[in-house]
Write a new protein. Structure first.
Length: 242
């Protein structure tokens, strides 16, 4: 795996450049039409309104929430609802997230997918959370691999978008494009951001074929007087048969 993550500046407007690439066609299939993704131990299914209480159970575990931007458990059910609602109709047309369920019982144990199509680096962004009782079993790797398989099968459309130049993989050569004056043909990627100290997630992303490509500092929203280091990963999207 080749990496190039020496530039530790947080992305700003000057870092963003225009590229020609592809993205999943919008609107995305609504939750009501998304088929289940079944793995050896998990079922990834569409999110529903009645997932609220199970989602609240997930989002009130300190061990889970310490790795989120807020860094703390949700205060109440209303806060959890504000996090779930953007992933439900009609906003599901622009998100591709799944409830992660234990296959044996159907129990909701987490959430995963692309919660926003324009992330910090300009590209769609991957994220996931699993209840602490299910850690240490390789389930995160299982769900990310299953999600990526479903994600690459979505129909694509050509787009122009502004992305962090450090993320670019040029379409012609497969090599990173560091500088350009005009829009370039860039290979589509999916990104993920992980706090530097979150070794579990680093290992998961590497096992699933994501490449570490940049590090940068950001104010810690849990304590604005401190900074944290975020690590950027990318997954180059190659559709089946291409």
């Amino acid at each position: 795996m080749t990496t190039d993550h020496q530039d530790t500046r947080a992305p700003d407007e000057d870092d963003f450049v225009l590229v020609n690439t592809t993205l999943p066609s919008l609107p995305l299939p609504p939750n009501s039409e998304r088929p289940d993704v079944v793995t050896e131990r998990l079922v990834l299914r569409a999110l529903r309104e009645d997932d609220l209480h199970a989602h609240h159970k997930l989002r009130t575990q300190p061990e889970v929430m310490v790795w989120t931007s807020t860094g703390r458990p949700d205060k109440d059910l209303t806060e959890t609802k504000s996090r779930l609602d953007p992933l439900l109709p009609p906003k599901d047309a622009e998100t591709f997230c799944f409830a992660i369920c234990w296959r044996e019982t159907g129990e909701y144990i987490g959430i995963g997918g692309s919660h926003r199509l324009k992330g910090v680096l300009g590209w769609p962004e991957l994220g996931y959370m699993i209840r602490k009782e299910f850690w240490g079993r390789g389930l995160a790797t299982e769900l990310v691999k299953a999600f990526l398989d479903a994600y690459v099968k979505l129909p694509r459309s050509p787009v122009q978008l502004r992305v962090d130049r450090r993320s670019i993989v040029a379409a012609a050569t497969g090599q990173k494009q560091e500088r350009q004056q005009e829009p370039v043909e860039a290979r589509e990627i999916l990104t993920a951001l992980v706090e530097n100290s979150n070794e579990r997630s680093h290992n998961v992303l590497k096992k699933c074929g994501l490449e570490r490509f940049t590090d940068f500092g950001e104010p810690d929203l849990r304590d604005p007087s401190k900074n944290i280091t975020l690590v950027g990963y990318r997954f180059v999207v190659t559709q089946p048969g291409v």
